[in-house]
Design a protein around this ligand. Structure first.
Ligand code: G3P
Length: 217
C-alpha cells in the first residue's frame, strides 16, 4: 500500500519524505488554508520535493470553472493530480481532464455508487472518507471493502485512496483490505511506530545495559 501524506506543511512532508515514507501528497482547501500559504506557491514547492502524485483541489462548483482551475493546477508540475469533488460537475471535469492525460483524484466519496461513477469517468484516484463515516456511526472500512470488490469484479484501474484516516489502526486495516493508497496526517503515520511493549522492552534493555556497563562506542 502506498502512503500519501495529507498535509500542506512543507517541513512535515520533508521529514517523512527523507525517510522514504511519502509516495505522494494530498491537500484540500482546508489544509491549504491551515498552512496560510498561497495554493499555487505551496503546491509547486511540494511537487518539487516529492516525486509521486500531489493532489491539489479545485474550488469552483461549476464544471467549466472547475475545468479551467484544473487545467491551471495541472500546469504546476507533471506530478499534479487535480482533485475534484464527487458531484456531477466534478465527474464531468474528471472525464475531460483524464482524457487530456491529467491525473484526477475524485474526493468526498461516501458510497460505493459514487466510486463506481468515478471509475467510469476515468479517475486515477477515488478518495473514500473513512473517518467522516465513522464519525456518524457508519462503517468507513466497509466502504473500502465494497469499492475493492467492485473495482476487482470489473478490472477498474482507478486507485482506491483511503482518506480521512484518523488512527494507526485505520492504516493497517486499509492495507489488509487492499486499498491501493492511504493518505494520513503526519502524526498518524508517526503513530504507526508506537507500541507499549516496544517502550517497555526498550526500558528493560537499557536498564540491563546500564547495570552491566555495556559500552559500544
Ligand atoms: O484530504 C481529505 C481528508 O483526508 C480529510 O480528512 O480528517 O478532515 O476528515 P478529515
Amino acid at each position: 500500500m502506498k502512503f500519501f501524506v495529507d498535509t500542506a506543511e512543507i517541513d512535515q512532508i520533508k521529514e517523512l519524505n527523507d525517510l522514504g515514507m511519502v509516495d505522494g501528497v494530498t491537500t484540500n482547501p482546508s489544509l491549504i488554508a491551515k498552512s496560510g500559504r498561497d495554493i499555487l506557491e505551496v503546491t509547486k514547492e511540494i511537487c518539487d520535493m516529492v516525486s509521486g502524485p500531489v493532489s491539489a483541489e479545485v474550488v469552483a462548483l461549476e464544471a467549466d470553472d472547475m475545468l479551467a482551475e484544473g487545467r491551471k493546477l495541472a500546469k504546476i508540475a507533471d506530478n499534479i493530480a487535480v482533485k475534484v469533488p464527487l458531484t456531477w460537475a466534478g465527474l464531468k471535469t474528471c472525464k475531460t481532464l483524464s482524457d487530456e492525460g491529467t491525473m484526477v483524484n475524485v474526493t468526498l466519496c461516501f458510497s460505493a455508487n459514487q466510486a463506481l461513477l468515478a471509475a467510469k469517468a476515468g479517475a486515477t484516484f477515488i478518495s473514500p472518507f473513512i473517518g467522516r463515516l465513522d464519525d456518524l456511526n457508519l462503517d468507513g472500512l466497509e466502504l473500502i471493502e465494497d469499492i475493492r470488490t467492485i473495482y476487482d469484479n470489473y478490472g477498474f484501474e482507478t486507485n482506491i485512496l483511503a482518506a480521512s484516516i484518523r488512527s494507526a489502526n485505520h492504516m493497517s486495516d486499509c492495507a489488509k483490505i487492499g486499498a491501493d493508497v492511504a493518505t494520513a496526517p503526519p502524526n498518524v503515520i508517526k503513530a504507526m511506530a508506537n507500541h507499549v511493549l516496544t517502550d517497555k522492552g526498550l526500558a528493560a534493555f537499557m536498564a540491563d545495559a546500564k547495570k552491566a556497563g555495556i559500552s559500544i562506542l
